[in-house]
Write a protein that binds this ligand. Structure first.
Ligand SMILES: [Zn+2]
Length: 467
């Protein structure tokens, strides 16, 4: 085992109580995207006290920050997140009961995600300070993952340009390298404007923006038949007019376009824009296209995936207690179609049969699989080689963005997963500092997979951040 890893893992164990408190405080005070003042401030303070140089506010995002320690090459980045989800407040128990009626909750476990990265960054700094390996370690505090904005804006601003590799993880159901590819996506709103009039007394004077939205959706549903598989289109009418006796002057519909590649997302978005223009022509209204977000698919890295797997196996058992298994059994009982949902992600049958995944996998199981969602981590993976894994913070069958995942993310199951993830992140970073061939091989793989293509932001040049 490379020198320094034992020390880093021991540091995480010795400081588990403190890290657990950080994750718990963030869980208890959930903040939705771009409002993460408490969480980002807390993590930045912890890193500053540990001797990191902290820059608060990046790319026009006040709740983004970067913390840096060490010097020289290589520069290894650890990505953290801390935003919560609206309406997912939940107590730590196996039946649905909000902590605060209608409140936000950490249903994606980002309270654990960011804190594990903070612990790993400090553990790595101590190893570098002791003279074992050399280079620069950075922790990126990335806000607004849930709206797919944070890392995309950071990437657009060049925050990852001088990085050699990035490491991250996500709370999930298993302890495994994450090699499945997530979907590229565009989030686009179409704002129609017409002419209002009395709907009964002078209908001939009115031009309905809502008619345009309805016709656009009809057009999009016909377009659906003629897009390549597995493109996904989904929409929501976000502005629809008021009373029926007034011809709606304004109406807006918000679309997501998802596909396995940026190229495909862009070509379908272009066709969707034609549908919008057609609807505007038919109704004699005007349409304005507003880009709300967009991201790349993820480019997994096999070299980093294997390094992560080796470290997971060295670390071994997560060490869940009987009480934690009991909570896991209770939560699992509340979800339907466990087998189907888990096997769709490529999780092996023997793991699906358990209630909680307490050991690392023997081998990578999701290479070449399609993860049916999008993440802004994708944009980082087209900038630098990315190592990503999941840790079992949630029982088997519990999905992200559910009350069950909020409960597990605030339980001892979640905190132990965070500790495990912190050790895996630190160990993998130390490998990259100690053995330059790993980084060389990872970079070679990245360059071949991205075919030397320059990263261009999915957001328009004049995109204004919503803060
Ligand atoms: Zn998430």
């Amino acid at each position: 085992m490379a020198k320094g890893k034992t020390e880093a893992r021991a540091w995480v164990d010795e400081n588990y109580e403190d890290l657990r408190n950080v994750a718990r405080e963030i869980w208890e005070r959930p903040e939705v995207e771009l409002e993460e003042e408490f969480a980002s401030g807390l993590q930045a303070n912890v890193l500053e006290r540990a001797g990191f140089d902290v820059t608060r506010g990046l790319a026009g995002l006040p709740t983004a920050f970067v913390a840096e320690a060490g010097s020289g090459e290589p520069t290894i980045g650890i990505l953290g997140e801390y935003d919560a989800l609206p309406g997912l407040s939940q107590k730590v128990r196996a039946e649905e009961e909000p902590l605060e009626e209608g409140g936000a909750g950490h249903g994606c476990g980002h309270n654990l995600l960011g804190t594990a990265g903070v612990g790993a960054a400090i553990a790595v700094k101590r190893v570098l300070d002791a003279g074992t390996g050399s280079g620069t370690v950075r922790y990126y505090g990335c806000p607004a993952e849930e709206t797919l904005l944070g890392k995309v804006l950071l990437a657009k601003d060049g925050a990852f340009d001088d990085l050699d590799a990035a490491l991250t993880w996500h709370p999930m159901n298993t302890n495994a390298p994450w090699m499945a590819e997530s979907l590229a996506m565009n989030s686009v709103q179409f704002n129609f404007e017409g002419t209002s009039a009395h709907a009964s007394a002078a209908p001939e004077r009115g031009r309905s923006a809502l008619d345009a939205v309805e016709l656009m959706n009809t057009g999009a549903n016909y377009l659906r038949e003629h897009v390549p598989d597995p493109v996904r289109l989904h929409y929501s009418i976000v502005e629809r007019g008021g009373k029926p006796n007034i011809v709606p002057k304004e109406a807006a519909v918000w679309y997501y376009v998802r596909a396995p590649s940026r190229q495909r997302v862009e070509s379908v978005t272009e066709r969707l824009e034609k549908v919008a223009e057609g609807a505007a022509t038919m109704t004699e209204t005007t349409v304005e296209t507003e880009y709300r977000a967009g991201c790349y698919d993820t480019l997994p890295n096999g070299v980093l995936g294997s390094t992560i797997l080796e470290n997971m196996q060295e670390i071994g058992e997560v060490g869940f207690s009987e009480e934690e298994y009991e909570l896991a059994r209770g939560l699992r009982r509340t979800v339907d179609d466990v087998e189907e949902a888990m096997s769709r992600q490529g999780v092996p049958d023997d793991i699906i049969e358990t209630e909680l995944h307490g050991t690392p996998v023997d081998e990578i199981y999701d290479e070449g699989e399609q993860f049916p969602a999008s993440t802004d981590v994708g944009d980082v993976s087209w900038n630098v080689p990315l190592g990503q894994f999941t840790a079992a913070a949630w029982p088997i069958g519990v999905s992200a963005h559910s009350w069950q995942s909020t409960a597990a993310s605030g339980s001892e199951i979640g905190y132990k997963a965070m500790r495990f993830a912190s050790k895996v992140l630190a160990s993998t970073a130390i490998d990259l500092f100690r053995d330059e061939t790993i980084l060389e091989n990872a970079t070679r793989e990245f360059e071949a997979a991205s075919e030397g293509s320059d990263y261009t932001s999915p957001l328009p040049e004049d995109f204004v951040s919503p803060t």
